[in-house]
Ligand binder design. Sequence first.
Ligand SMILES: [Fe+2]
Ligand SMILES: [Fe+2]
Length: 257
Amino acid sequence: MHPSIADQATDQLGGPLSVLVRQKRDHVKLAALMERLRGTDGEVQARILLEIYRLVFPHAFAEESVLWPVMRRVLPDGDALTLQVEQEHQEVNGLVKTLDGLPAGSPGRAGVLARLTEVLDEDVRDEEDALFPRLQERISRRELQVLGVLWELVRRIAPTRAHPVVARRPPGNVVAALPLSALDRGRDLVDRALPGAPGRMAPVLHRIGSVLERTSNAVERLPVMRSGEDPSTRTSAGRHPVPWRKPPVKPDGKERP
Ligand SMILES: [Fe+2]
Ligand SMILES: [Fe+2]
């Protein structure tokens, strides 16, 4: 099997257009943001979290709608492999929704935040060390480049916020993409305008923001948005240990069960 994509150079990964190069670039950005997040609180923490969400949600959405269907077609065990990362993405969506409801300083917030960074880290390791080297074995350099362009296109128009109710698989997530992306990006514009807005405009912006949020909540609950989902995606709390990942090591040097 190929080594982890973390240990391969751009040319080995298929050149600058390759989906593997683009994935690795985003994963490096995420690691830097998580490093900046460590030990922060209040406004600073909220700003870095927002940057993390804007990076990971479109990234994961494009994985679910472009890359995982290809993995399921080309690998005999593609279904089990992609189900594992879909469960991780689902847990991230749920944790972010929970975090949104926990104001700074509230009990439990630190634990949810710690779990969020842990799952994001696990997701990157699973993709770089197990899934992508397997994909590399099965598809050509040219196909990696075509997938790279497709993945990038979808990433640029994908939703930018947590949507735990929506399916992690097509067709549900594909149907959800356009309306949720428009609503999320509208809310992003409002959020960006709010800090510098004149006093009279602030209540108007807040009202627009909450209308967009309510519309988004209603849209994601349409039954069609759940179609294609594997029922076990939502049971991530009881996820089985994955065969390719080593158990984490405790401070005393023993492996955690
Ligand atoms: Fe990724
Ligand atoms: Fe991912």
